[in-house]
Ligand binder design. Structure first.
Ligand SMILES: Nc1nc2c(ncn2[C@@H]2O[C@H](COP(=O)(O)OP(=O)(O)OP(=O)(O)O)[C@@H](O)[C@H]2O)c(=O)[nH]1
Ligand SMILES: [Mg+2]
Length: 230
């Protein structure tokens, strides 16, 4: 029974490599407006979604750093675009972008509209944007604002922008609720990937890490993976 062990080892080596890469995350900069964002060629992964969906917590979990992104019980806490650089020895090879959440009721209407425009502009015009992770609390499902966001990015997804829907706080769902949430989100995600995620139970962490790593390093062979004897 030597055969099944090799794929298992490969999987865990891939997860280790991906998590090691994410752990290199360090604060790069913060911007309140699009034109304040630095321009560079590094591929960017944007974390978007409703306020309180768990974006900042997800970034902290993936990077295995407790307070890299500011997570809070108070919705609307993230008010700037916060960028985090990834890559060993300060050789940045990708950037994570934590975006302010939308849909928070207590935000004045004018601010909401302004932010929706900033976000739409970011998603449409950010040239180095390679992947969008849409975080959604499955107890609320994809809302009208999530649908608008899906429409905004659809043309770019058709041109190759990677897209992942993470159903967050999966620890709050039982097994059948989780399956139902997955099926519904798959129908709505328009060809994007869908995964369950829980920062609390560390569910979906490794597979999300591997997916993001693979997306940012498309042609790279897996390091330190022994090849079977010929
Ligand atoms: N049970 C549970 N709670 C979570 C999980 N992830 C996040 N939370 C909680 O959800 C709340 C919001 O998390 P944040 O990460 O700040 O959410 P956000 O999407 O960054 O919010 P904004 O910055 O306001 O847009 C916090 O109280 C977190 O502790 C999870 O996997 N399970
Ligand atoms: Mg946040």
């Amino acid at each position: 029974m030597t055969q099944p062990e090799f794929p298992a080892q490969t999987e865990s080596a891939r997860a280790k490599q991906a998590l090691g890469w994410l752990h290199t995350a360090r604060f790069l900069t913060t911007a309140a407006q699009l034109h304040h964002l630095p321009a560079y060629d590094h591929p960017e992964i944007a974390f978007v979604g409703r306020s309180n969906a768990g974006k900042s917590t997800c970034i902290n979990t993936l990077t295995q750093q407790k307070r890299l992104a500011f997570a809070s019980k108070t919705p609307g806490r993230t008010q700037h675009i916060n960028l985090f650089a990834l890559g060993r020895q300060s050789q940045t090879d990708a950037v994570l972008a934590d975006l302010p959440g939308y849909g928070y009721a207590a935000v004045p209407k004018q601010d909401k509209i302004r932010w929706q425009q900033v976000m739409a502009n970011y998603l449409v015009s950010r040239e180095n944007l390679r992947a969008v992770v849409l975080l959604c609390d499955p107890r609320h499902g994809l809302t009208e604002l999530d649908d608008i966001l899906l429409e905004v990015i659809r043309p770019r997804v058709e041109e190759g922008l990677h897209f992942l829907v993470l159903l967050t706080k999966a620890d709050k769902l039982n097994r059948s609720e989780a399956q139902k949430a997955l099926s519904i989100a798959r129908l709505q995600a328009g060809g994007g990937e869908v995964r369950l995620f829980s920062a609390l139970k560390r569910q979906g962490v490794e597979e999300t890490a591997v997916l993001l790593h693979d997306w940012m390093h498309p042609a790279e062979p897996i390091a330190d993976t022994p090849l079977p004897d010929q």
